[in-house]
Design a protein around this ligand. Structure first.
Ligand code: MG
Length: 256
């Protein structure tokens, strides 16, 4: 199932997206998309709605250096254990919304990533049971003020600006994410091209590691790390991240 959130002619709603590309229907879900969703009976043509970020996360956890080739381009070894950091939920924007470069940064980078959306409250989840707590997968761009990330020595400021976490377009619930392509294009030029099978820590291992620290809640989002090829974006460009089996997340870049 493809779960999304749209601004419909009747208001904002969680929806299930169905039908062939170009002719999709958005069926309104009652209340929330967790568990077995129930439907209100209302639906709209997807083309008559505006697609929003598919979830407003309680928290966003992200993994650093989870691809060896990216760790190398950042000038370091890949760490033995997952490195986790957090982005504020206020950094989330949906497909098509602008990424706003703050005037205080001289280098704002894209980082295309597979994102995991948690489906139920959980703690201390063994990797082998991780599938039980996953609602589905979406596409993320872990936008980073690279100069501030390096200057500060920790990442909250550089990763935390409003608009620095584009998410979407959908949450796909029935996806085998073990070996799928992740690709980032800047104005149509391929900048990152890798596969999730090259992640150093699998989705299950990440959930085990993170949930040993903190309780995960329905709607929490985990960004699984970016592959090699990160680089800067400037105003006027459009960045798009595609994860096979999910879709493409495209956002224009503007200066504040
Ligand atoms: Mg990242």
């Amino acid at each position: 199932m493809k779960l999304g959130r749209v601004a419909s002619p009747d208001g904002v709603a969680f929806v299930a997206v169905e039908g062939a590309p170009g002719e999709e229907t958005a069926r309104e879900i009652a209340e929330h998309p967790f568990g077995e969703p129930t439907f209100t009976g209302r639906s709209w043509k997807l083309a008559d709605t505006r697609i929003l970020a598919p979830i407003l996360a309680t928290k966003i956890i992200a993994i650093g250096k989870n691809y060896a080739a990216h760790a190398a381009e950042m000038g370091g070894e890949a760490p033995a254990d997952p490195v986790i950091f957090m982005k504020p939920n206020t950094s989330i924007v949906g497909p098509g919304a602008p990424i706003v470069r703050p005037p205080s940064s001289e280098r704002v980078d894209y980082e295309g990533e597979l994102a995991v959306v948690i489906g139920r409250p959980c703690k201390d989840v063994p990797a082998a049971k991780a599938a039980d707590v996953i609602l589905g997968y979406t596409v993320a761009n872990d936008v980073t003020a690279r100069d501030q990330q390096k200057y500060d020595g920790q990442w909250t400021r550089g990763k935390g600006y409003d608009t620095f976490c584009p998410l979407g377009p959908w949450i796909v619930t029935d996806l085998d994410a073990a070996d799928i392509a992740v690709r980032t294009e800047l104005d149509g030029e391929v900048k990152q091209s890798s596969r999730t099978s090259l992640m150093l820590h699998s989705v299950g291992e990440i959930i085990e590691w993170v949930s040993r620290v903190m309780t995960l809640l329905p709607g929490d989002v985990i960004l699984t790390g970016t592959p090699e090829g990160v680089g800067p974006m400037v105003a006027g460009q459009t960045v798009s991240v595609t994860v096979d089996g999910i879709g493409t997340l495209a956002n224009p870049v503007i200066d504040k």
